[in-house]
Design a protein around this ligand. Structure first.
Ligand code: HEM
Length: 219
């Protein structure tokens, strides 16, 4: 019990919770981007509709979604908590305070990029997840995505948010391994895996709106 309290109250505890939930969410991104690659299959959306339909009707996936949303909620809560923690810990005298030398700069940048990604997530869920899960649409799932991504403004918003997601993942991924004490052990391997997460995955996501904007989804 005492251990739980000290983990909850410490900045190490905050970093460990942020690290584990962040890595869990990275796992979700791998699965999400892999399924969404079906959007590029030139079959008029048949494979993607099949995939999205299977996700909506699976009880297992729906249960895992609860875990996923809990993961997001915990990650966001502890991120904000860590930012408050750093804010309180910084020197009161601004003449002594140099943000570039302080972990609070990292925390502020993570909070800002994370907040924009959160805003993106709300818009994203409202436009795609809600209509697909709750059947509030006449369009096929593929057409829903295709039509949304034919708007240059919407695509710009997506690509902008994905650049921030890349930034958030780049900082967060490396910090996560540092927090769990593995970064110095496997530095090279971790840096290479990090590239998959902060560069390849956001780039693959960003290719989706651009594909529909430029190639019109092959329809
Ligand atoms: C730009 C490329 C993206 C496309 C085309 C896309 C498409 C979709 C679609 C169609 C759904 C609803 C159906 C489904 O569950 O698969 C969905 C759900 C979801 N998306 Fe995305 N997504 C993209 C990027 C992202 C990113 C970058 C994130 C996270 C930062 C994200 C997070 C989610 C979440 C949390 C859900 C609800 C959980 C789920 O059921 O999978 N998506 N997305």
């Amino acid at each position: 019990m005492a251990k739980t309290i000290s983990l909850y109250g410490s900045s190490i505890g905050q970093k460990i919770v942020s690290a584990f939930t962040g890595l869990f969410l990275c796992g979700f991104l791998v699965i999400h981007v892999s399924g969404n690659l079906l959007l590029f299959k030139n079959d008029g959306g048949v494979s993607f509709d099949h995939y999205a339909g299977a996700l909506s009707s699976s009880v297992l996936i729906r249960s895992i979604e609860i875990l996923l949303f809990a993961g997001f909620a915990i990650h966001i809560f502890w991120g904000i908590r860590g930012w408050i923690f750093n804010r309180r810990a910084r020197p009161k005298n601004y003449a002594e305070y140099n943000p570039s030398e302080s972990s609070s700069l990292f925390s502020r940048i993570m909070l800002l990029s994370g907040s924009i990604v959160l805003f993106f997530l709300v818009v994203h869920l409202k436009n795609f997840w809600v209509p697909i899960r709750f059947g509030a649409q006449d369009l096929s799932d593929y057409d829903l995505v295709r039509i949304a991504f034919q708007s240059p403004l919407y695509d710009f918003f997506y690509v902008f948010c994905l650049v921030l997601l890349a930034f958030h993942l780049r900082q967060g991924f490396q910090a996560a391994f540092q927090s769990v004490g593995l970064r110095s052990l496997w530095l090279k391997a971790i840096n290479m895996v990090a590239i998959i997460f902060w560069l390849l995955i956001p780039a693959a996501f960003a290719a989706m709106p651009l594909y529909f904007l430029l190639a019109k989804g092959g329809r």
